[in-house]
Design a protein around this ligand. Structure first.
Ligand SMILES: [Zn+2]
Length: 429
């Protein structure tokens, strides 16, 4: 396949080059060549003379199946939101709900230009099924906690899933203990050893709320970051979701160990949890990526919107604190790095996987643009995320808002049909 005469190729390579009037050849899912290329005989050619091509976006913190709980509960703090509405509704989640929710999420992500997500939830097999069907890429981990008597069972499931999905074309398995307040230190340690042995990401919520910090401080005299670090659990495989309440000392630990932050500004704002000090993190050299969190606290999976929110929220004190280039990095190459996939995705470079999105430059949200710099500005501050084409692994998986392999009308009807059950579950509490 040849993407020909690309007006702007936003590579996100180490020099952050934006190439003009160039071509990209994709062979067997990989970016084979970039430059002035002649079409081969019988090669599929896409004319991109009025298009921008950029890497697909990477969402580093999701609970995809929670898309079925979108709009079930708003206007509450995290603790009340979880206890009163979300946990009771989740109790009612069955196998088919996990699959349907994950498929709905995958469709929404592909339509809005996200080509990879990092998920923490139950029943990994059903989420993998949705990933395979839609053609999106994902890091999938069975969420873990052990405050009840089912901790061991979950650990077994998580380990099995890692072994089962290693080497999968679209799925990278991971390990995801929920948080320090829901997991024993034994679980956290056992699963860190396992993640290390299997060389997979270690995805965990860290300092999402001030309460989480206060409670651990009272019990152990340490912040979540310090507590995890003291037990040797912090390194570059850690993807710490939220990190909205990090102290100077915590940030030092992140910078020293190479642990990654998955920043979720919309979810943090919506639940009134707090604002991560991202400008300071960036100054400290911490790798910051972007996530949406579950859609019950966002309430969507649109990373273009998330880029804008991230920009605006950190400009509140001083508009010079963050710029559009840094935010675009968070949604692309930094996300790949956080997931240990920087050699495969996150930028458009030779021999990386062809996870690319094509934007139509004749879109009113992208016009006019003041050269390449202005195009990046439009992508972050103006564009609402409706790419013309979306490729994952070199496959055209979405075009003009339609995901090729998913019959959307049926899916949406099915999702709507599940509302009553969850609403009832919640109302009983
Ligand atoms: Zn979360």
């Amino acid at each position: 396949m040849l993407l020909q005469n690309i007006r702007f190729l936003i590579t996100q390579n180490s020099e952050r080059q934006i190439l003009e009037n160039t071509d990209v050849r994709v062979e067997e899912g990989l970016i084979e060549e970039i430059g002035e290329l002649e079409a081969r005989e019988n090669e599929k050619v896409y004319d991109c003379s009025d298009k921008a091509v950029m890497p697909g976006l990477i969402n580093t913190h999701t609970h995809a199946s929670m898309s079925l709980l979108r709009g079930i509960s708003d206007n509450k703090k995290l603790e009340d939101w979880l206890q009163e509405d979300i946990f009771p509704a989740e109790e009612a989640m069955e196998k088919d709900d996990i699959y349907t929710g994950a498929l709905l999420a995958s469709v929404e992500m592909l339509k809005t230009g996200t080509t990879c997500f990092n998920d923490m939830y139950e029943r990994p097999d059903q989420i993998v099924e949705a990933v395979e069907e839609s053609g999106i890429r994902a890091v999938i981990s069975r969420g873990l906690f052990d405050w009840d008597d089912k901790g061991k069972e979950r650990i077994m499931e998580a380990k099995e899933a890692v072994k089962k999905y290693k080497g999968h074309e679209l799925v990278t398995p991971g390990i995801a203990p929920h948080a320090v307040y829901t997991c024993s230190i034994e679980l956290l340690k056992e699963m860190k050893d396992f993640a290390e042995e299997q060389e997979v990401p270690y995805h965990i919520h860290v300092s999402e709320t001030e309460k989480e910090n206060r409670d651990l401080e009272a019990e152990k005299g340490l912040s979540p970051t310090q507590y995890l670090h003291e037990h040797g659990l912090f390194d570059e495989s850690v993807v710490a979701a939220h990190s909205a309440w990090l102290s100077d000392k915590d940030r030092e630990i992140f910078a020293e160990t190479g642990a990654n932050v998955a920043h979720n500004p919309a979810a943090n704002l919506k639940l009134g949890s707090g604002i991560a000090d991202v400008p300071e993190m960036v100054r400290d050299g911490i790798n910051v990526s972007l996530g949406t969190d579950g859609p019950a606290s966002n309430n969507n999976f649109n990373l273009f919107e998330e880029m804008k929110t991230a920009s605006l929220v950190h400009k509140l004190q001083d508009p010079r604190d963050i710029n559009e280039r840094q935010v675009l990095d968070m949604a692309t190459i930094n996300g790949a790095k956080a997931l240990g996939l920087e050699d495969e995705i996150g930028s458009i470079e030779e021999v990386k996987q062809a996870d690319l999105i094509v934007l139509d430059l004749n879109d009113s949200e992208l016009k006019p643009f003041y050269g390449a710099r202005g195009l990046i500005s439009n992508i972050v501050y103006s564009y609402t995320g409706h790419p013309e084409k979306v490729f994952v692994n070199g496959e055209l998986v979405a075009e003009n808002g339609e995901v090729k392999n998913v019959e959307q009308r049926g899916l949406l009807k099915k999702a709507q049909g599940k509302v009553e059950k969850f609403d009832k579950a919640r109302s009983k509490e």
